[in-house]
Design a protein around this ligand. Structure first.
Ligand code: SF4
Length: 409
């Protein structure tokens, strides 16, 4: 492994529509999973992605600067000025109110923040330390049980706000896991890590992505992983398929299939032979051969195992619980449309946008007048659904979509 230390100019990246941010102190991932999207040409990461790890040594410093630029101050800061205690909108009423909090996705992008380099550099730990000092909620996704090293910090964060860890588990059989995810923790180690995290009160679940056709989607593998979810206390299982964007990484993946699963090679060639620019499998081949749709199968398995198929939303400090619930309904509409019913991307985008707007409303939706609701700056497509949520407390459209999915599974 080659390590390159550098001082990054920027760290923070933003999600569309929300104030939530994601960041990663590493570029490149020693775990070197065969199917990793980070190796595709589109990510503009370096070619020796799995062997050369770039380390942003100033990542914690950049995060702290970002917090401060948004008006947040550390709980350990004793140099607080009078201004910190006055609301900017009303200088008469003393207030200790800080600006709204947002979720920190530590590890966004395509590099595991608990890869081996973290043992030495402890940047993820320092980022968590800042999240704790500034009282921000965090969420992490990993394939390494090194996350347990930071259990103490995660517990502190969870006590003050919220901490969640999604552990990726894709193969119950460790011999298969070793073929596709050669340098990460074993399946058993990840399962144990998730069990310990959940027993310690940390939120979390299983990220079962990608489900490899004919390898990960077998009845045996899927049931084993959902059983692991149940026995570990996972709060959800997110299930999704494999995309293979054209390029060298796709060739490498196909060579791995040829070497270890030669009988499946021609099927893979046909399934991904369309060379779709997003890496999606050929839908006509899917229909013809009845290849399992992992998202649909995952939806059904979640129902069978009584587990949510989406990560439950955290109600962040300053948000109204009712609105977060309605936002979750709108988000679910977008999710069902996108991953299970293949709706138009515009519709998906508009419901996502509406979800983000509803989530941060300062007044409960049910207390708003019809005029106030109609004046919300939400995409037109969602306005009648929002009105229904506010007045009836339910969405018949969401119920219809769930029924549509039920007929497919
Ligand atoms: S752990 Fe994640 S980021 Fe790292 S190589 Fe595997 S898929 Fe890519």
């Amino acid at each position: 492994m080659i390590i390159e230390l550098y001082r990054a100019k920027s760290l923070i990246r933003h999600f569309a529509y929300t104030a939530d941010i994601f960041f990663n102190p590493y570029q490149g991932c020693y775990h070197d999973c065969v199917y990793c999207r980070g190796k595709s040409d589109d990510y503009y990461l370096h070619e020796d992605f799995g062997d050369r790890i770039k380390v942003k040594i100033n990542a914690p410093e950049l995060l702290e600067k970002y917090f401060q630029s948004k008006g947040h101050f550390s709980s350990s800061n004793t140099h607080v000025t009078l201004d910190d205690f006055f609301s900017p909108s009303n200088n008469v009423i003393p207030s200790t109110k800080q600006p709204s909090k947002f979720m920190l996705f530590i590890g966004g992008g395509v590099c595991d923040v608990y890869q081996p380099a973290e043992k030495e550099f402890e940047l993820t730990r320092q980022l968590l330390q800042h999240a704790h000092e500034y009282n921000f909620p965090v969420t992490i996704i990993t394939k390494s049980d090194l996350v347990l090293r930071d259990l103490d910090l995660l517990q502190k964060i969870n006590k003050d706000s919220y901490a969640s860890v999604s552990v990726t588990i894709t193969f119950a059989d460790d011999e298969i896991r070793e073929i596709f995810e050669p340098r990460s923790s074993s399946t058993q180690e990840r399962y144990s890590a998730l069990t310990i995290l959940r027993k310690s009160g940390i939120h979390g679940g299983i990220y079962f992505v990608p489900v490899l056709p004919w390898i990960g989607d077998t009845e045996e593998n899927m049931h084993s992983i959902y059983k692991m979810a149940k026995s570990s206390g996972a709060e959800y299982v997110v299930c999704g398929g494999l995309s293979l964007k054209p390029g060298k990484y796709k060739e490498d993946f196909m060579n791995t299939i040829k070497a270890h699963f030669s009988s499946l090679y021609s099927k893979y060639v046909q399934l991904y032979g369309n060379n779709n620019k997003y890496g999606y499998p050929d839908s006509s081949y899917v229909q013809k051969t009845g290849v399992i749709d992992p998202a649909l199968k995952g939806y059904k398995m979640c129902k069978d195992y009584n587990l949510p198929y989406m990560i439950p939303r955290h109600i962040q400090q300053g948000l109204i619980e009712e609105n977060v619930k309605w936002a979750e309904s709108l988000y679910e509409i977008a999710h069902l449309k996108e991953d299970l019913l293949r709706g138009s991307w515009r519709e998906v985008r508009d419901f996502r946008k509406s979800s983000a707007i509803v989530e941060v409303l300062r007044k409960p939706l049910s207390k708003m007048s019809r005029g106030e609701i109609q004046a919300l700056p939400v995409p037109k497509i969602s306005s009648t659904h929002i009105l229904e949520l506010a007045t009836k407390g339910k969405s018949t459209y969401l119920e219809k979509l769930r029924n549509d999915v039920n007929t497919l599974v």
